[in-house]
Design a protein around this ligand. Structure first.
Ligand code: LLP
Length: 414
């Protein structure tokens, strides 16, 4: 029987039901520590900032706080969570394109320190507010370096026409620095970038670092801060060959150190914003297989969830590895497709996977679902979102309750 920590998939189903999201807390901490131990340099301070869009929950924010790393939020909703969890406002990095005025006021109300500004218009909105506030904002400009990292098309964020950030060739970067310098309670700290997600090939990052140092040179002033975003890929199937978090960290640090030596430009702090690589491999989904059916050329196993709890296969053609948790040692004799409950032909989560012959009530486990799974879940077909459980060795705790039918209608008015 497949286990997460010391708990079997069956025990977890008995206690919490299915479909279920399960996180291995030990793995999350190991990932954080691997980053902390290796993303270090003698030339500047370093910081790990968790990109909480990958998975946000109050308990996750608590782990972030306990492990003393920063957190990136991109919306009022994520901000609300970190405020509720009383995260130090100096450790909050407020990202996002098209921040609303209400979101800005919320951030100011909590004295959020680090603002990553996406475009000149946004900066002007902040500049109207800051003269009347009673603390200083650290302003970083998000730069679109124009590098396309090797990844799935929809996940690329840094091609020249991306909606994100200041394009590196544009003059408004310099106009923005001038505006920051002349506005009370704003301090220009430096640049932030994010070139894509699920990246295995580090050349995109190396080129990005070179481009950022060229930009820093052009500003002709001291830059305190650089952030290289997220992007480290994880292993979904055997076809993925990710590098370790140690290798990823070492390559970035070596490149930045070399650029400092080459250009003579120094920085005070370097950060990264891992999302997927911090929680991806710590997350699992457990479903119950209910029915099986033979179509003309295909066999389907039907599970009690679907695209509403993991949209990534339908949206990106994302692939995953799966097993039958209670038949983990049995021969994989069948080639089957795993389909969900949603009224949509695209709701086939895992196509033509090899599995043992299933019976009703077997448990399907899906690996590496910790990032962008629950956080992108929906209530399509009025399906309740699953519960989320954290396992630490022999112990488990409910982190997000399963939605009830009542929850689904709580905002409806008749
Ligand atoms: N920093 C910024 C500014 C970002 O936009 C992102 C992700 C990250 C950090 C974290 O990147 P990561 O380490 O997770 O690669 N929904 C897609 C992924 C979208 C990523 C968006 N930005 C998916 O399911 O694959």
């Amino acid at each position: 029987m497949f286990r997460i920590g010391n708990l079997s998939a069956e025990e977890l189903r008995e206690k919490y039901g299915t479909p279920l999201y399960v996180y291995d807390e030990v793995q999350i901490k190991a990932n954080i520590n691997e980053y902390k131990d290796n993303f270090k340099s003698k030339l500047y301070d370093t910081k790990i900032i968790y990109a909480s869009k990958a998975f946000s929950s109050l308990y996750m924010y608590k782990l972030v706080k306990e492990n003393n790393i920063g957190v990136d939020v991109v919306s009022g909703g994520e901000l609300y969570g970190v405020i509720k969890e009383k995260i130090d406002p100096n450790n909050i990095h407020f990202h996002g394109n098209n921040k609303s005025e209400a979101e800005m006021d919320m951030a100011i109300g909590y004295k959020v320190k680090n603002i990553i500004v996406d475009n000149y218009d946004e900066l002007k909105m902040w500049a109207k507010k800051t003269p009347s506030i009673n603390y200083e904002l650290n302003i970083m400009l998000r730069i679109n370096v124009g590098v396309s990292a090797h990844t799935h098309e929809y996940i690329i964020t840094a091609h020249p026409d991306s909606k994100f950030g200041y394009y590196i060739e544009n003059e408004d970067i310099f106009d923005s620095i001038k505006l920051i310098d002349s506005t009370p309670n704003m301090k220009f700290m430096g640049f932030s970038t994010h070139i894509g997600s699920q990246i295995f090939d580090m050349r995109g990052f190396e080129l990005t670092i070179e481009k950022l140092f060229e930009l820093m040179k052009k500003t002709n002033r001291k830059i305190e801060y650089l952030c290289l975003g997220g992007g480290c890929g994880v292993k979904y199937t055997d076809a993925d060959k990710p590098i370790t978090l140690k290798e990823f960290s070492n390559i970035l640090i070596d490149k930045v150190d070399n650029e400092i030596k080459r250009t003579g430009i120094s920085i005070s702090e370097l950060s990264i914003e891992p999302g997927r690589s911090l929680v991806g491999n710590a997350g699992y989904q457990i479903y119950t297989i209910n029915q099986m059916k033979k179509a003309l050329n295909k066999t389907y196993y039907f599970i009690d969830g679907g695209m509403n709890d993991n949209i990534r296969p339908a949206l990106y053609g994302a692939l995953y590895s799966v097993d039958i948790a209670n038949k983990i040692d049995e021969a994989k004799t069948e080639v089957v497709s795993i389909a969900g409950k949603c009224c949509e032909s695209g709701d086939v989560l895992f196509k033509d996977v090899k599995l043992p012959k299933a019976e009703a009530n077997d448990l399907l486990v899906v690996y590496t679902t910790g990032a962008y799974g629950y956080s992108m879940a929906s209530n399509y077909n009025r399906l309740p979102r699953p519960a989320v459980v954290f396992v630490d060795g022999n112990n488990s705790r409910l982190a997000i309750k399963r939605e009830t039918y009542e929850d689904l209608y709580k905002n409806d008015l008749d």
